[in-house]
Design a protein around this ligand. Structure first.
Ligand code: NCD
Length: 305
């Protein structure tokens, strides 16, 4: 057992990700076998930024494993509002819980927590940087929907600059054979330079474009994202860019019959609700997969079979 924390998706090898996927699928099939696995264990959810799915799926995951949950869902209700550092908080929580899931508006905060905690720390999203457990969710979804992770053309559409789920999924998918990326965004919301550099260095097949409709026919997966309002410096830019892409049934006529549409959620306006009944829409199912892969991850980090 080498892995103690999950801060970056690349902390996990491809083999370790495969094992988590296998475990999550076993939990999905036989949940009764897991209902007592975390009896007496406590998960601390330390959320300094808003969340619905990530926090509640972590909580549901721990309850379904027979464990307990404690924590806070906004910085204001914790001692952060009195000026306590992430490092001190991590030391404190290590006295009260067995494992931490932390979301923070500062990039690198969960890493700092992991360096100070004596229990495993999971990054549940750090600023505009990474979101490894959403990536595990996305990978489980792709594996279940497509039956494979390799040989895939994935379109990422929307806010590729600030979208942390995009950054982590690009890094994860870059390790599979035959993967191609089509990066669809307004000029101002293209992927960060450091990531472009990484993709080039790894000789990944990718192209950047502003055109959603003409890219659709070639995609196996379309990963839609929300324009990340909270990371903009000014509201006027957000308002100008927020409706850059709106996926509708009409646009989807050009897409393949076996396309899978993913979205980490929350959706704002970028997918019309009329798309929800399309059999290619996977985003609500994806949220359910998120609970199972988090159950697998908690077991793994607590070294429970
Ligand atoms: C994402 C996030 O927090 O980065 N949400 C999530 O965890 N499912 C995506 C987003 O907020 O747009």
């Amino acid at each position: 057992m080498q892995m103690k924390h999950l801060i970056d998706i690349l902390d996990l090898s491809v083999e370790e990700i495969d094992e988590l996927i296998v475990k999550a699928r076993d939990i999905m099939e036989k949940p009764q076998n897991y209902s007592e696995k975390c009896r007496g264990k406590k998960l601390a959810t330390l959320f300094y930024e808003p969340s619905t799915r990530t926090r509640l799926s972590f909580e549901a995951a721990m309850y379904e494993l027979g464990g307990h949950v404690l924590g806070f869902s906004e910085a204001q209700s914790s001692s952060a509002s009195k000026g306590e550092s992430v490092a001190d908080t991590a030391k404190m929580i290590s006295c009260y819980a067995d494992i931490i899931a932390m979301r923070h508006y500062k990039e690198g905060a969960p890493l700092v927590a992991s360096m100070n905690a004596s229990i495993p720390v999971i990054n549940a999203g750090d600023g505009g940087h990474n979101h490894p457990t959403q990536t595990l969710t996305d990978l489980l979804t792709i594996q279940c929907e497509k039956g494979r992770l390799a040989d895939m053309t994935i379109g990422f559409c929307g806010d590729l600059k600030f979208g942390r789920t995009v950054h982590s999924l690009l890094n994860a998918m870059s390790r599979y054979e035959g993967v191609r990326f089509v990066l669809i965004s307004p000029e101002e919301l293209r992927i960060p330079e450091y990531l472009r550099h990484e993709l080039q260095k790894k000789k990944i097949d990718f192209r950047e474009t502003q055109a959603l409709e003409e890219s659709l026919p070639e995609l196996d997966i379309l990963y839609m994202t929300r324009v990340q309002r909270e990371r903009f410096f000014n509201e006027a830019d957000y308002i100008r860019l927020r409706d850059s892409y709106i996926l509708t049934p009409e646009k989807l006529e050009k897409a393949r019959a076996d396309l899978s549409i993913l979205h980490p959620l929350p959706r704002v306006n970028e997918i019309s609700v009329r798309v929800d009944s399309d059999p290619r829409a996977c985003y609500f199912k994806q949220a359910l997969y998120g609970k199972y892969i988090r159950m697998a991850l908690i077991l793994r980090l607590l070294e429970i079979d």
